[in-house]
Design a protein around this ligand. Structure first.
Ligand SMILES: Cc1cc2nc3c(=O)[nH]c(=O)nc-3n(C[C@H](O)[C@H](O)[C@H](O)COP(=O)(O)OP(=O)(O)OC[C@H]3O[C@@H](n4cnc5c(N)ncnc54)[C@H](O)[C@@H]3O)c2cc1C
Length: 339
């Protein structure tokens, strides 16, 4: 069980920045994210695209913003628990008990939900058998590529992930790339390499085909694919990998008894608390009259929510407002001045 002052759900830009606001006032935070990387939408959806409306930063990319936000919280040595989805929350005396999909348990008087548009989840194969084999032959991400060494693999999809993994895995496995269209959506450069590899016999390409069935009882023996006219073909394979992009789901947050407005959580704008004491919502996931889904709004929301967390985490202490420019305590916390 991990005890902390605040559990932050979501490592998007707003979840990262609130760690800084909490750290400044002396509160410890742990951050959980469903994805395998930090940065939320900025990293998952537009790492290379320019952003022009972060205050005092004329231009940055999703990736550089994330990097700088992490630099700004370096002093707090925050633990990020990635690949973990927050599943359940329950009340335990004055604390919230939070459980993740990886069975980690946190105990904290405060939860800050900075879950954006919900958790990003892979779009899955549209056939029923795929569920039975999930993580036992059917995969939607790769944690360790050596698992696939010398195996027969079918990769489905036409975007960047499908192409990049087809290229990478063809170096150590027997790869067939299957896509429902003749044209690939991914980077032209990657599509060219894939086609070159096919000519050189380094991988096979099957287009326009879709999955039709998975054969096998306890393990995958093969699959059938079908083309647009319904012609079916059998392929012997050990595993199949689906890269069909991500969908965003509110997921388990919908079951925590919080007031919801469509896929967002109403909050009061005084401290960004939800209808439950000690549970705050900031960033894209929260709603209130006039809400703007911008990163800069999330930063402000985090600053106020952090101060409200102080009351529950340190009930016997008084919060003192201070500026980073002039406060020795805050500068020490930030590690910018020697004690
Ligand atoms: C293409 C594009 C361009 C944009 N350009 C701009 C721009 O120029 N300026 C601007 O201000 N904004 C822009 N935005 C919007 C901006 O990206 C969002 O406002 C911002 O990302 C919201 O940050 P967040 O931290 O609230 O949520 P997110 O960035 O969505 O991060 C939320 C995180 O929470 C995680 N999560 C959700 N549920 C769970 C759970 N149950 N357990 C664990 N983890 C969970 C998710 O995996 C995700 O990583 C753009 C958005 C897009 C898509």
């Amino acid at each position: 069980m991990i005890k902390t002052d605040v559990l932050v759900i979501g490592a998007g830009p707003v979840g990262i920045f609130v760690v800084q606001q909490l750290g400044l006032i002396g509160l410890k935070a742990e951050v959980v994210d469903n994805l395998d990387k930090i940065g939320g939408q900025c990293i998952e959806l537009y790492p290379d695209k320019p952003i022009y409306d972060i205050p005092a930063v004329p231009e940055c990319t999703g990736e550089s913003l994330t990097k700088n936000l992490l630099e700004q919280i370096k002093a707090f040595k925050t633990n990020f628990h990635l690949n973990e989805r927050v599943q359940e929350i329950s009340r335990e005396q004055n604390n919230w008990k939070i459980q993740t999909s990886g069975k980690k348990i946190f105990l904290a008087p405060n939860i800050i939900i900075a879950a954006g548009v919900g958790s990003f989840e892979p779009r899955k194969f549209p056939i029923k058998e795929a569920e039975k084999f999930e993580n036992k032959g059917v995969f939607y991400s790769i944690k360790d590529k050596t698992y696939f060494k010398n195996k027969k693999i079918c990769i489905f999809g036409g975007g960047d992930s499908a192409l990049d993994w087809a290229i990478e895995l063809s170096k150590l496995a027997e790869v067939t790339l299957v896509h429902r269209r003749n044209e690939f959506r991914g980077a032209e450069h990657s599509a060219t390499i894939v086609k070159k590899f096919e000519k050189e016999g380094k991988l096979k390409i099957k287009t326009p085909y879709q999955i039709n069935s998975i054969e096998g009882n306890n393990e995958i023996k093969g699959i059938t694919i079908k083309d647009e006219e319904g012609k079916v073909e059998t392929i012997t394979t050990d595993c199949i990998l689906g890269f069909f992009g991500l969908i965003m789901k509110l997921g388990p947050i919908a079951d925590w008894g919080l007031n919801l407005d469509k896929k967002t959580i109403p909050v009061n704008t005084e401290n960004f608390q939800t209808n439950k004491e000690g549970i705050f919502a900031i960033g894209d996931i929260c709603t209130y009259p006039g809400k703007l889904k911008l990163i800069l709004s999330g930063f402000h929301e985090g600053a106020l929510a952090a101060r409200a967390c102080f009351k529950l985490a340190r009930p016997n202490e008084k919060y003192r407002f201070e500026f980073t420019t002039t406060s020795k305590t805050l500068q020490e916390r930030l590690g910018v001045k020697k004690k």
